[in-house]
Design a protein around this ligand. Structure first.
Ligand SMILES: Cc1ncc(C[n+]2csc(CCOP(=O)(O)OP(=O)(O)O)c2C)c(N)n1
Ligand SMILES: [Mg+2]
Length: 545
């Protein structure tokens, strides 16, 4: 068997159902021969984003895999891998490499060297017989420990060579790590003793599917819960104890409860400092439970810390907390939920004029509010993009089911959302998968709407077209005045049609809901739909100093 076919055979054994890629890479042909569906994108970055979503929306049960060619393919893929690294997403990246006689000779791009900083594991395979071992290592790494991309670079001449008979491959295990019982007891004691604890859940809860345990702990402690953007939907946001998700813009109740907290308990989160997450208040007591010890004491000093899988950690904490409470409720639930409700009502009342505004150009808030109230939220997977759309949607989109929102932002590549929606749709064909983006974002990856049409990946893409990079207006005042440097333009509804999808431009408030309904019907027929809403250059966000 040729090395490329051995790779395909291993992918099959690892349960990979589709290989997303861009030619030339011999693994693509070998995968098709092995009956793995090959999906060819229009540029590498989107393909990586699709693979990324497959892993995210399946809690890593299915790992997204992407293959591209040596040289330009590997050079052009950098953004996709870097984004997955930044947001800690487990994907397998299979670049071709220059033939061995040219490998690692300047100016030839080496994936092995260049991707070191954005992968948790990178190998270059120089002998065909080493392929099964390299793949075993890569899959073991991608499924275990902190989720992040892994990479195996196989030179084109190695791909064509025979792997000697007798090679073996057993699918790799997914192993879980439990926290130290002593530290669990100490953390449980602190949680029970705290007067105003706040639980901050990250995406570790999604990967461990620890949603029931998170809810049980919150209810037991009668403690409010928020999430990181990546962890959004880990806790039902219509639950009376929910503060909504963190992000650059947040709810008033979240702002207030964090300010007043006496103990912030992070579970399955990194607490990494980021512009696109909550700024953790200084001078608070922190308890931190996460999978990767490298995150402990990194950005926030943790008085108490646990290392382990989020589900095993919460299981252990639940036992300890129950043991301490001895069936006696903390008794603060009614007061806490009443306070959350009061603040939430105040906050929504303040925003309601924007969320229901009747003016044209449309308020982006109105568009997103109508979207929220038109789709079946529980059976939708939605993602934002970089720019204002992220900050306009994340605090107001109320998730009720796990993994119904793909939140991101440790790095924020414009155009990421399209591939995420497409990957989510591949993994969950029965759900409505939506990406919400601005007109700058579509400039990066918009051509891959054609992939959605050609491959029949019927997503709904919601474009907020304000003919501007509105989020940059404040920082590009002179350039805008003198040279119109933040202006951009396009007719994206026509663009969608030209690429084989369905498109509609919407300018009037009364047309928003009917257009969404038509677009949803199109997706059910198998056609991707693009709704282009002509919106104002909004500059107001739900942010607190
Ligand atoms: C690849 C990349 N380059 C630059 C940026 C910086 N950036 C963030 S948002 C933005 C403009 C967003 O404009 P648009 O998508 O139209 O959204 P708007 O703010 O107008 O609603 C820019 C330039 C980025 N996030 N990603
Ligand atoms: Mg814009």
């Amino acid at each position: 068997m040729k090395a490329a076919s051995v790779v395909a055979s291993i992918l099959k054994r690892e349960g990979v159902e589709f290989l997303i890629g861009y030619p030339v890479n011999q693994i693509i042909e070998a995968a098709a021969e092995a009956d793995i569906r090959t999906i060819i994108v229009r540029q590498e970055r989107t393909g990586l984003h699709m693979a990324d979503a497959v892993s995210r929306v399946t809690s890593g049960d299915r790992i997204g895999v992407f293959a591209m060619q040596h040289g330009p393919g590997t050079e052009n893929s950098f953004g996709g891998v870097a984004q997955a690294f930044g947001d800690s997403v487990p994907i397998v990246v299979l670049p071709g490499g220059y033939p061995r006689r040219l490998l690692n000779i300047t100016p030839n791009f080496s994936s092995f060297l260049n991707y070191q900083h954005v992968t948790k594991w990178a190998e270059q395979v120089v002998l065909p017989e080493a392929v099964p071992d390299a793949m075993r290592r890569a899959f073991t790494q991608v499924k275990n420990g902190r989720p992040r991309p892994v990479l195996v670079e196989i030179p084109v001449d190695v791909m064509r060579e025979e792997v000697p008979d007798g090679w073996q491959y057993t699918p790799t295990p997914r192993l879980r790590v439990a926290p130290d019982p002593k530290s669990v007891a100490a953390l449980a004691a602190a949680l029970v003793a705290a007067e105003r604890p706040v639980i901050y859940a990250g995406q570790g809860v999604h990967y461990a599917k620890a949603w029931p345990q998170l809810r049980a702990l919150a209810e037991l402690l009668e403690a409010p819960v928020t999430t990181s953007l990546q962890g959004k939907s880990a806790f039902p946001e219509n639950h009376p104890l929910s503060l909504g998700s963190g992000g650059r813009s947040i709810s008033k109740q979240l702002h207030q409860f964090l300010k007043d907290a006496d103990l912030i308990f992070g579970i399955g989160c990194s607490f990494a400092t980021t512009n696109y997450g909550i700024a953790m208040p200084k001078g608070k007591r922190y308890a931190h439970a996460t999978l990767d010890p490298l995150d402990i004491n990194k950005d926030v000093p943790a008085e108490l810390a646990l290392v382990g899988d989020a589900a095993l950690t919460l299981d252990a904490l639940l036992l300890e907390v129950r043991d301490r409470l001895k069936g006696r409720p903390r008794g603060r639930g009614p007061a806490v939920t009443a306070e959350i409700k009061r603040l939430k009502d105040e906050w929504l009342a303040q925003w309601m004029p924007r969320l229901t505004q009747k003016t044209t150009p449309l308020s982006p808030y109105r568009v997103l509010w109508d979207l929220l109230h038109t789709v079946d939220v529980a059976n939708t997977i939605i993602t934002h993009d970089a720019g204002s759309p992220r900050d306009q949607i994340s605090p107001f989109w109320e998730c009720t089911t796990p993994l119904s929102y793909i939140g991101w932002g440790k790095t924020t590549q414009l155009g990421y959302g399209l591939g995420l929606a497409m990957g989510a749709k591949l993994a969950h064909p029965d759900k409505l998968c939506i990406n919400v983006w601005g007109d700058a974002a579509i400039g990066f990856t918009g051509m891959d709407f054609e992939t959605a049409a050609r491959e029949r990946i019927p997503i709904l893409t919601v474009l907020l077209n304000n003919f501007s990079m509105a989020i940059e207006l404040k920082v590009m005042k002179t350039a805008t005045e003198k040279y119109r440097s933040t202006d951009i333009s396009g007719n994206y509804a026509d663009f969608a049609k030209a690429l084989g999808g369905w498109g509609k431009r919407v300018t009037q408030p009364d047309d928003i809901v009917p257009a969404i309904k038509r677009a949803m019907a199109k997706t059910r027929e198998g056609t991707p739909a693009l709704l282009e809403f002509i919106t104002e250059k909004a500059e107001d966000f739900s942010m607190f100093a």
